[in-house]
Design a protein around this ligand. Sequence first.
Ligand code: NI
Length: 199
Amino acid sequence: MSARTTRLLLLLAAFLAGLGTLFAIVLLVVRPETAAMVPSAAAIGGPFRLVDQNGQAVTDRDFKGEPYVVFFGFTHCPDVCPTTLMELSDVLDKLGPDAARIGALFITVDPERDTPAELKDYLSSFNPRFKGLTGDLAAIAQVAKSYRVYMKKVPLDNGDYTMDHTALVYLMDKNGKFVAPFNLKRRPEDAAADLRRYL
Ligand code: NI
């Protein structure tokens, strides 16, 4: 191989490495909370055993026979979580008495800070139907995995941390089977009418 060919190959390799780095950066910048990652419908959800904001044990079987929505988030979330919980609250409000037949789960991705007491305090700002669920790290990791939820601790400059996480709302039917991501980008009465179809 001539010196010239070697030099060209080295240049090409450097160029490709640069491209690879650029691609990796693009992937990192597109965070799941901004890009709604829609998982494939197969096998989303599964058994769990967690604790609610009143310290009561809650399992997936408690929702047999009623449709329910599941949202993963954390109480220190600056915007996406409170916005989603507010929008879901509006939908539950529009359901009137039917809301009592629909489950609404807020599962923390930050169990280290989100104790039952913390969840209780936080959820007092939203529709009372919400069950805020927490558990030990292993139980939370398992339920997040079963819902294909991405979650990652991200350190902040001030020594604190935030959580990156998937911000989809999962609609589950009466049999605990995943139906589709629940669309909140519509009038709450329309979203409520959609939910009623699964009663
Ligand atoms: Ni959030």
